[in-house]
Every structure is written in structure tokens, then in C-alpha cells.
Ligand binder design. Sequence first.
Ligand SMILES: *Cc1c(COP(=O)(O)O)cnc(C)c1O
Length: 226
Amino acid sequence: MNDLNNIKTVEDNIKAAAFKSGRLPEEIELVAVSKTIAADRIKNLFDNGYHSFGENYVQEFTKKQEGIPQINWHFIGQLQTNKVKYIVNKIYMLHSLDRYSLAQEISKRYAATGETIKALIQVNIGKEEQKGGIAPESLIEFLDKVMELKSIEICGIMCIHPFKEPEECRRYFVEMYNLFQNAKDRGYPINNLSMGMSNDYVQAIEEGATIVRVGSAIFGHRIYYR
Ligand SMILES: *Cc1c(COP(=O)(O)O)cnc(C)c1O
């Protein structure tokens, strides 16, 4: 297992991409996507100073979270409304706020605890039918609606872009950056742009990502057991 070497290589690449685009490496957060990866491997990286991990499935997440609650857990998968109760007060940030009914349920559950949740709005940047997310042209309208919900702190936007060659993904990253910048220019207090995965996090950073979600480049190919 070369997880530690791999994550250091990813970090080096993040640094290089940051400098190339005139930014500081500290402006970019690496979320190690650990879905399907055993808890002892996560713990090993945690013990070596890596504190941000991303999970997709509620059941798997809650088990791992109980084992290592100190981690900053990012929930990045599609979240069913009836499973919101299992993640309340357990995650550092939700990346996949993709519909208003989910926002309402989250707001209700968090309000009951007196806590707030940090969330990113998922944008369906490739307008793909099989993917969740808000249509790019509806982002501002959606922002206005969810920012009314008091227990949700909207921190930015996220996308799962169409699966293509890294250089072909740039156009989606540019579109996301433009949406992000436009919202900021209009005064929405958002600071996070989550985009880019193992194949294309360098391109994503060069186009303005502040969070990259990297799984297989750290942990190798995933073996799905479901
Ligand atoms: C699995 C996953 C990733 C990581 O993908 P890799 O290609 O393994 O880096 C990133 N984001 C989301 C939403 C994912 O589901």
C-alpha cells in the first residue's frame, strides 16, 4: 500500500498547479475520497497529518465516522432525504446539495439540534440526465431560496463533470468558475469551488478549484462490494 507516497505526490502536483496559476497551495484543499477503502488505511493517513476525507454512502460513512470522528468528513454522494438523520452533526461539509426538498429536510433536522451545516450546491454542469444537481442557469434562483433556510450555511458550489479526457474537462471547470465568480460579484458570500478528481485535478486547479476530490490517485482502483 503506497497511500502515503501517493497522497504526497498528489500534494506536489497540487502545489505545482497552484504556483502555475499564480495561487498559493494553501488556498486549495485536498479531500481524499475514501469510499470502499478500509478504515485502517484512512487512519494511517490521518495519523500522518491528513484530516479531510470524502465519503459517498451513508451506511459506510456512519461506520467510519464512529471509528474516527476527529476527521473532517466531507459527504460527497447523493443523499436520500430519508437518510439525512444519519449524517446530522457528523459531517464537516456536504458537497451534494442538489435539490430544494433535501435542503428543507436538512434545515429542519439541523434546526432541531441548534447546529448549522456547511454545504455546497451541486451544479449539473454537463446537463447530464443521469446526474443530480441544479441547472447552471438556475443557480442564482436556487441560492436565493436555500439561503433563506437558517440552519444551512452555503459555502460554495460543486460539480461532478462529464467523464472525458482531462483537457476536454477544462471547459466545464471554466463554466463552473464563471458561475462561482458571477455569484460572488453579486454579493453571495461563497468561497468554495469543489471540482476535479483523480484524472483532472490539475486542470481543475488551474481553472480555479478551491477543493479537489481525489480518490483512486491516492488509494488505487476501487473494488466495489455493493
Ligand atoms: C468517487 C468520487 C470522487 C473521486 O473519484 P476518483 O476518480 O477516484 O478520484 C470524487 N468526487 C465524487 C463525487 C466521487 O463520487
